[in-house]
Design a protein. Structure first.
Length: 109
């Protein structure tokens, strides 16, 4: 079940990825190699096996509730933000990881 360049072009269009003709050829070859690596899985008899959508199965929120110490104390917002280099409202302000690498903190921030 090899992918054609038209298949890959359709996938790229759907993902809104612009590919040159050369990149389209490379990606078609790459994806077909990946599909070929997965081919041995088709040899397994999976009749009656339910699909698993997540490796952990029935995943739920693993975050615990906020806790106070033995005396019922917790940090106030002011104390938590006191030593932050920069804040914005009730949150820590940090440089963007998606922005320009040359992005610097504004002066006085």
């Amino acid at each position: 079940m090899a992918l054609t360049t038209n298949d890959v072009r359709g996938i790229a269009d759907y993902a809104r990825i612009a590919l040159t003709d050369e990149e389209l050829q490379e990606m078609t070859s790459y994806l077909n190699d990946a599909i070929e690596l997965l081919e041995p899985i088709r040899a397994y008899d999976l009749t009656g096996v339910e699909p698993t959508y997540h490796p952990i199965g029935d995943l739920s929120n693993v975050m615990s509730d906020d806790q106070t110490d033995a005396n019922g104390r917790s940090l106030t917002l002011d104390v938590a933000l006191r030593n932050a280099k920069s804040t914005q409202g009730r949150a820590f302000r940090v440089p963007s990881i998606l922005g320009n690498e040359d992005q610097k903190w504004p002066k006085g921030a």
